[in-house]
Design a protein around this ligand. Structure first.
Ligand code: GLN
Length: 553
C-alpha cells in the first residue's frame, strides 16, 4: 500500500514549497522508492492555462497536453514521477466535477456541501495517485495555511489519515523563520502561529521544514520543537541557496530529512545515491566557459514567466561546463532603443513563446539582429512565428507580412489559424497541446542535436506556419527542418547558411532536466561557446597585430 506525504506551507507564500516537495521526491527516489507527485491548488480557476503569467508564472505543459502550475516543472526536473492530468487539481476543477455530478443526479437530491462532498472529491483525486506501483505519493497543497480557499483541502488531508491510517501519512509543514535585523535575531513566533493554525484544523505536523536566511541555533530549534509539538530531529533547517536551487536536495539530506521520512513512514528504502547530482553541482561550480544568452520576451521582468527556459539554459550550461549568464530582455526595450544597443555582446539570442501583440516588433528586430550578425539563435513557438515574419519581410521581401494573430488583414499571412482552430471560442484547453511527433530532416542541425530523426515534443499554440509560403522560404535559403509525420505542419525552421539558427514550433524547455540537458538547448549553448571562443581568438589576434604595429613604429 502506498504511503502519503502532505506538504503544506505557512507564514508567507513563495516559500519554495514546490521546490522543496520536488526535492523530497527526488531524495526518496534516490533511496530506491517509487514516487508520485501531485499539486492541489486552492484557486478557483478551472484552467491554469488561462491564467496571467504575471500572477502565476509560466503555464507548464505535460505530455498529455494538460496545462498546469509551474511547480510541476520542478517535479519533472527533480524526479521521474510520471505526471498527468491527475497530477494537478484546482478548487475550480474539484467544484466543477462535484457540480456536474449533482446535475447528473448522482447525489440523489441530498444537500451538496463542502463536507463531505467537496472533501470526498479531493480525497478521491489523492487516492487516484496511489496505484500498485507507487511507494510514496507526495501531495503539495498550494497556498498558505490560514487562507480561506485552502480550508477544504486541509480538511480533506486531515480526514485522509483517518481513512488510510495515521501510520501511512506524514504531514510536512514548510514555514519561514525570518531574521529581524533590528533585533539581530531569527524569529520563531510566525512558525509557532502557523503550526497553531494547522493544529486548529486538526493537523499535527510530523516534520517542520524551516526556510531561513541564517543558520538556526539549536536553542531556536528546541523552542520550535516544544511549541509546535514535534521532536527536535524533525525540525529541519532549509537555508537559502544563493548559488543554485539544485543544492536544495543535498542540504535536506545533510539535515537528515530522507532518513527521518523513511523511519517515520516505515519505508523499505535502499541506500542514498546522489553521486551524479554532486557531480552536477561540481561542474556548475567549476565552469570551463562563460557565455551570455539574451532571452528576449514580453515578461522579462517577471522571473517565473520563463522559468523552464531559464532552467533549460542552466542545464545546457552544466552539460557543456559553461556558466550561462542570462540577460532578461524586455522586447519593447529592443523596439525603443534598437537591437545594437541592447543585444551587442551576447553570445546567443533566444526568443521564447508568448501571446499578444505587445513587444512583437522588438522580437522581430532581435531575430533580424541574430540572423544578420550570425549570432546563435533559438526561437520557441512564438519565437518561430516571429522568425518566419522576420525572414518573410526582410529576406523573401513580403512587405507587411505578419501573423493573423496580430494583424487579421495582413497581405501575407505567414502564420495563421488552421481550419480546426477557426471555430473555437472557449479559451481553456483548446490549443494544440501536448506531446506530438515530429520528423526531422537528417541534414538539419536539429537532427545533429537529437541524433535521431523521430522526436516528440510538447506543444501549446493555436497558430501555424502557412504552407502556402513554404516554397518561397526554401528558395530564399530557409530549411523546413522538421514537420509532423504527415508533412502538413511545419515544426522546425532553420537557416543552414547561418552558424546556428533554429526555430521550433514546440516547447523543448519542458523536457529538459539538470541531469539530461535538452538537445536543442545544448546545441544553442554549444554554438554560443564556439562563437565566444572564436571572438576571443580574433581579439587575441588583433591584440598581437596591434602590438606588432606599435613595435614597428
Ligand atoms: N501565440 C502563438 C500561438 O498561439 C504562440 C503561442 C506560444 O508561443 N506558446 O500560436
Amino acid at each position: 500500500m502506498a504511503k502519503h506525504i502532505f506538504v503544506t506551507g505557512g507564514v508567507v507564500s513563495s516559500l519554495g514549497k514546490g521546490l522543496t516537495s520536488a526535492s523530497i521526491g527526488m531524495v526518496l527516489e534516490r533511496r530506491g522508492l517509487r514516487v508520485r507527485m501531485q499539486k492541489l491548488d486552492p484557486y478557483i480557476n478551472v484552467d491554469p492555462g488561462t491564467m496571467s503569467p504575471y500572477q502565476h508564472g509560466e503555464v507548464y505543459v505535460l505530455d498529455d497536453g494538460s496545462e498546469t502550475d509551474l511547480d510541476l516543472g520542478h517535479y519533472e526536473r527533480f524526479t521521474n514521477s510520471p505526471l498527468t492530468r491527475d497530477s494537478n487539481y484546482t478548487t475550480g476543477q474539484i467544484y466543477l466535477s462535484v457540480i456536474e455530478k449533482e446535475r447528473r443526479g448522482e447525489f440523489l437530491g441530498k444537500t451538496v456541501q463542502v463536507i463531505p462532498h467537496i472533501t470526498n472529491e479531493i480525497k478521491s483525486v489523492i487516492r487516484k495517485m496511489a496505484d500498485d506501483d507507487v511507494d510514496v505519493v507526495i501531495t503539495e497543497i498550494g497556498g498558505t495555511v490560514g487562507d480561506i480557499e485552502s480550508q477544504p483541502f486541509l480538511e480533506a488531508i486531515r480526514q485522509f489519515s483517518l481513512d488510510v491510517g495515521k501510520e501511512n501519512c506524514l504531514y510536512i509543514h514548510l514555514t519561514l523563520v525570518p531574521y529581524l535585523k533590528a533585533a539581530g535575531e531569527l524569529k520563531t513566533k510566525p512558525t509557532q502561529h502557523s503550526v497553531g493554525q494547522l493544529r486548529e484544523i486538526g493537523i499535527q505536523p510530523d516534520i517542520l521544514i524551516c526556510r531561513t536566511e541564517r543558520t538556526i541555533s539549536r536553542e531556536d530549534r528546541e523552542k520550535m520543537a516544544l511549541f509546535c509539538n514535534v521532536p527536535l530531529d524533525a525540525v529541519i533547517e532549509e537555508k537559502d541557496k544563493d548559488f543554485s536551487i539544485y543544492e536544495v536536495p543535498l542540504s535536506l539530506v545533510e539535515n537528515g530529512l530522507d532518513e527521518l521520512i523513511v523511519r517515520k513512514l516505515n519505508l523499505h528504502a535502499g541506500t542514498l545515491d546522489l553521486d551524479d547530482w554532486r557531480d552536477l553541482l561540481h561542474r556548475l561550480r567549476n565552469p570551463d566557459h562563460e557565455i551570455s544568452i539574451a532571452v528576449v520576451g514580453k515578461y522579462a521582468e517577471h522571473s517565473d514567466a520563463y522559468k523552464s527556459i531559464y532552467e533549460a539554459l542552466d542545464h545546457a550550461g552544466m552539460h557543456h561546463r559553461a556558466q550561462v549568464r542570462i540577460g532578461r530582455i524586455q522586447s519593447e526595450d529592443v523596439e525603443r532603443e534598437g537591437p545594437e544597443r541592447i543585444l551587442s555582446g551576447y553570445d546567443g539570442i533566444l526568443v521564447p513563446g508568448g501571446f499578444g501583440e505587445r513587444g512583437i516588433e522588438g522580437k522581430v528586430e532581435a531575430i533580424r539582429f541574430a540572423r544578420e550578425r550570425n549570432i546563435p539563435f533559438l526561437g520557441i513557438c512564438l519565437g518561430l512565428q516571429c522568425a518566419a515574419i522576420e525572414f518573410g519581410r526582410n529576406v523573401v521581401g513580403l512587405e507587411n507580412a505578419h501573423s493573423t494573430e496580430f494583424q487579421k488583414d495582413t497581405p501575407h499571412p505567414l502564420i495563421c489559424l488552421l481550419d480546426e482552430q477557426q471555430q473555437i471560442t472557449h479559451k481553456g484547453g483548446t490549443m494544440r497541446l501536448g506531446s506530438q511527433p515530429c520528423v526531422l530532416d537528417t541534414t538539419s542541425r536539429a537532427f545533429e542535436c537529437y541524433g535521431s530523426a523521430n522526436i516528440d515534443e510538447r506543444h501549446r499554440h493555436r497558430y501555424e506556419f502557412n504552407n502556402v509560403y513554404r516554397q518561397q522560404f526554401i528558395a530564399h535559403g530557409m530549411m523546413i527542418a522538421g514537420t509532423n509525420p504527415a508533412g502538413t505542419l511545419v515544426e522546425i525552421l532553420e537557416i543552414p547558411s547561418h552558424p546556428w539558427f533554429v526555430a521550433v514550433q514546440f516547447h523543448p524547455e519542458f523536457r529538459s532536466k539538470p541531469t539530461a540537458a535538452q538537445p536543442l538547448f545544448a546545441g544553442l549553448i554549444g554554438a554560443a561557446i564556439k562563437r565566444r571562443n572564436a571572438s576571443r581568438k580574433t581579439d587575441a589576434a588583433e591584440k598581437v597585430e596591434d602590438q606588432q604595429e606599435s613595435s614597428r613604429k
